[in-house]
Write a protein that binds this ligand. Structure first.
Ligand SMILES: [Fe+2]
Length: 226
């Protein structure tokens, strides 16, 4: 399998490129607009044909490269069915599979960080968007975020996956690249709570500042970055 984890310095976003092998179909998860030319170079180097691009949710901190990638490669754009982005071609439902040549990726509806947040599971690789981060969890204070929903998505869905599942989030701000479900259960400070109310209490008192350019980014992303 070809698996590349790419990093955007400005927004600390992780983008993932996946294919079964050279010369095959490829998929990109959470592309960043400014990095599209780099993805195109990488696809050429690996002799891959980009057929699908997924955004895990409407991002607030960067503009998606989905629309630009579609213009260049004619790939399909995919998001979960709760997305407010009408331009998305394929809206997947909870438990539905995204098929790629020789690979299957399961969509999991995991609202809370935003109301449209999906995670994607390919074998034992979990792409959690901003629902579950390494040593953290996605904030829930904008874009219809809801900390009760987040608790449910994390504790009743993602943490039910096997402990050895690899966790690949959409962001990391401290240089961490990968974790596992088992490791997060033990070490992630946000997950050391005994009830949903305790989790909500933590999330309600984070006192985070609004991301730079959130309004611009969300408006652009509702049009997939076009
Ligand atoms: Fe986000």
């Amino acid at each position: 399998m070809i698996f590349k984890q790419l990093f955007d310095q400005k927004s600390s976003t992780y983008t993932y490129l996946i294919a079964s092998s050279k010369g095959r179909e490829a998929l990109i998860i959470d592309p960043v607009l400014e990095n599209v030319s780099n993805y195109i170079i990488l696809l050429k180097e690996l002799d891959l044909r980009l057929v699908k691009v997924i955004d895990t949710h409407i991002h607030a901190d960067h503009v998606t490269g989905a629309s630009k990638l579609k213009d260049i490669t004619k790939c399909s754009t995919i998001m979960g069915d709760h997305t407010p982005a009408d331009a998305v071609e394929i809206k997947v439902k909870d438990d539905e599979y995204v098929n790629l040549e020789n690979l299957k990726i399961r969509a999991m509806y995991t609202p809370g960080h935003t109301s449209d947040s999906y995670s994607f599971l390919m074998n034992n690789y979990l792409f959690s968007g901003d629902t579950l981060l390494i040593n953290g969890t996605g904030r829930t204070d904008f874009q219809n975020g809801d900390s009760k929903d987040a608790y449910n998505s994390i504790f009743n869905k993602l943490l039910k996956l096997p402990d050895e599942t690899f966790l690949y989030p959409a962001h990391d701000y401290k240089g961490e690249k990968v974790s596992t479900i088992g490791k997060e259960k033990k070490q992630n400070p946000r997950l050391q709570v005994s009830s949903v109310d305790e989790y909500v209490e933590i999330m309600n008192n984070l006192d985070l500042k609004k991301p730079n350019e959130i309004d611009f980014n969300v408006t652009k992303n509702i049009n997939l970055g076009a």
